[in-house]
Every structure is written in structure tokens, then in C-alpha cells.
Design a protein around this ligand. Structure first.
Ligand code: ADP
Length: 278
């Protein structure tokens, strides 16, 4: 099939304006991750942010994009995602066929940080499209279009990865992993996590500390009936309900206990932990 004339999107940096992080995101550093990331960015090292869900990886990359003054394009990866979803595709419209850059091509062409969230959810044949962008070549071949994008100097790939979810069937290939520097993330230590919860939800530090106590109990049950502990994100949800006037017990059941387990015994154990603190 021969394709009708192709209109190419004119390359302007304004293509990324909507991806700029204009206001400083609140990020409470928990170690030397900010300085390490800055150093990694200065040599454009692809980065992997490792840690459980809801512990601050996305917030961190938003903060770093703001601090470095670079646009941020985020892609939530899933198993139905194809290479074309990242790279781009031809679209048919009234004037013929038009190429539309996917998020990865857009970031590479105009110079953004491209954040592939939960990259392991994507199939391996999709993940390999980042390979030529994450070694010294820094190129993205658009096979269907017959173009090779040479990555903009500002371009960087960042992926997030939750080691807890991995199985032999679903893991990143070594050839992918070994293209990245990695930063470990985890739930912050007690006081710091409480500070984050208080800031993000509006509850007092006392309430925030009690929420962290409950989470710590649940985190100890990981691997003993719970697949994953209660995350900082969940504690913030509970805090927001409490700040809205919901009774703490009900707020914790809705935001902390019910979402993570259907097992009646485990629910009882977690409910008991909640009543210890509220
Ligand atoms: P992840 O990407 O690891 O799944 P997020 O970055 O979305 O998790 O974190 C969930 C929420 O927790 C954020 O929206 C933010 O409110 C809060 N949070 C977690 N860690 C921090 C931190 N260090 N500083 C500020 N906020 C944080």
C-alpha cells in the first residue's frame, strides 16, 4: 500500500511547553538522592528508580525535572502497550497520512526527561525500543517512518521499577537493566514519613505519626499474608479523609485496610492495629 503525502510536525521546543513543571513540587529528600540524580543527569545517565509503589519515586522525578528546568513526559506502562505507543504512528486524517510522535520520540526529539513508570509491566519487545537511546548511540530509529532521531542533548530516560513484583516471567532483561544507574527508594523513616503525610494531607503531626505506626505494623506482615505493605500514598489518603472530618477509624478502614487485603483474618489483624492507635 502506498502512503499519501506526509505532513511532518515542525520541530519547535514549544512542542514540550505543556510538559514543563512550572511549580516547585513538594519533595522531602531522604538521603543524597537529589545530588546523585543531578550528577547522573549531567552525564545523561539513564536512571532506574527502584522501590515499592507509593513511596515517592514519581514525586522525586517531578521535583528533579522542576529543579533542572527540563520538561517531563510520563508514560504509565502496561502490558498492552506496543512499541508504536512509545515511538509513534501514522494517523489518517482528512489531509492524508500524518506522522504523530509517541511520547518517547517527542522527548528524544525536543529534549525532555521521559519517565516510564512501572516499566516492567510493558512486554519485553516493547521495552527494547529504549535500548538505542540508552547507550552511547542516543538514537531512536522510527522504522515505519524511515527516520532516525538523534536524541536532543537534554534528553534522558528514567524508569521506575518495583523489585517486589518481579517474577522470572516478568522482569527486565539484564541487557535492559545494565543500561541504567539505579537509586533505591523506600518508605521514609518514621518522623520524615509523618512530616510528609502532615504536609500532604493537612493532619497534625500526632495523627500522622499514628498513621505511620499502623503502616509499620502492616509492613511487617509483607510476605506473611500481605503482598505489599501500606504505602506513603495510602497514608496520605487516610490523612486526607481525617482532615475532611471522617472518623480516624473509618478513614483507616477505607484508605488503608480494605484496599490491600480481602482476607478476613488479615483485615481483623489490621483493624486491630488501627484501634491500637485511634
Ligand atoms: P511512586 O511513584 O513511588 O509510586 P509517588 O511518588 O506517587 O509514589 O508517591 C505517592 C505520594 O506520596 C506522592 O504523591 C507524595 O504526596 C508522597 N510522597 C512520598 N514520598 C515523598 C517525599 N519524599 N516527599 C514528598 N512527598 C512524598
Amino acid at each position: 500500500m502506498s502512503l499519501p503525502a506526509t505532513a511532518v510536525v515542525a520541530p519547535t521546543s514549544s512542542s514540550l511547553d505543556s510538559y514543563r513543571v512550572t511549580r516547585e513540587p513538594y519533595y522531602r529528600a531522604t538521603g543524597d538522592e537529589v545530588a546523585l540524580y543531578e550528577a547522573a543527569y549531567s552525564v545523561r545517565m539513564p536512571m532506574m528508580l527502584k522501590g515499592p509503589t507509593g513511596c515517592g519515586k514519581t514525586r522525586f522525578v517531578e521535583y528533579m525535572a522542576w529543579k533542572l528546568g527540563k520538561p517531563l513526559i510520563t508514560v504509565a506502562c502496561n502490558e498492552d502497550m506496543t512499541a508504536s505507543d512509545l515511538v509513534g504512528r501514522f494517523l489518517l486524517d482528512t489531509s492524508g497520512t500524518r506522522w504523530q510522535d509517541g511520547p518517547l520520540a517527542l522527548a528524544a526529539r525536543y529534549g525532555a526527561i521521559c519517565y516510564l513508570d512501572e516499566v516492567v509491566e510493558a512486554r519485553q519487545d516493547t521495552t527494547v525500543v529504549i535500548h538505542p537511546l540508552t547507550d552511547t548511540r542516543r538514537i531512536l530509529p522510527l522504522e515505519k517512518k524511515g527516520e532516525i532521531i538523534e536524541a536532543h542533548p537534554d534528553f534522558q530516560v528514567v524508569i521506575s521499577y518495583n523489585p517486589g513484583y518481579q517474577s522470572l516471567m516478568k522482569d527486565l532483561k539484564q541487557s535492559t537493566k545494565q543500561r541504567f544507574g539505579a537509586l533505591d527508594f523506600n518508605y521514609p523513616e518514621h518522623e520524615v514519613e509523618a512530616e510528609i503525610i502532615a504536609h500532604e494531607s493537612g493532619v497534625s503531626m500526632d495523627v500522622a505519626k499514628n498513621l505511620v505506626h499502623i503502616a509499620e505494623r502492616a509492613r511487617n506482615l509483607k510476605g506473611h499474608g500481605l503482598d505489599e505493605g501500606i504505602s506513603t500514598r495510602m497514608l496520605i489518603y487516610a490523612g486526607r479523609l481525617i482532615a475532611q472530618g471522617v472518623a480516624p477509624l473509618a478513614a483507616c478502614r477505607v484508605a488503608l485496610v480494605r484496599p490491600i487485603t480481602d482476607d478476613p483474618d488479615m483485615r481483623d489483624a489490621l483493624d486491630a492495629a488501627v484501634t491500637t492507635y485511634f
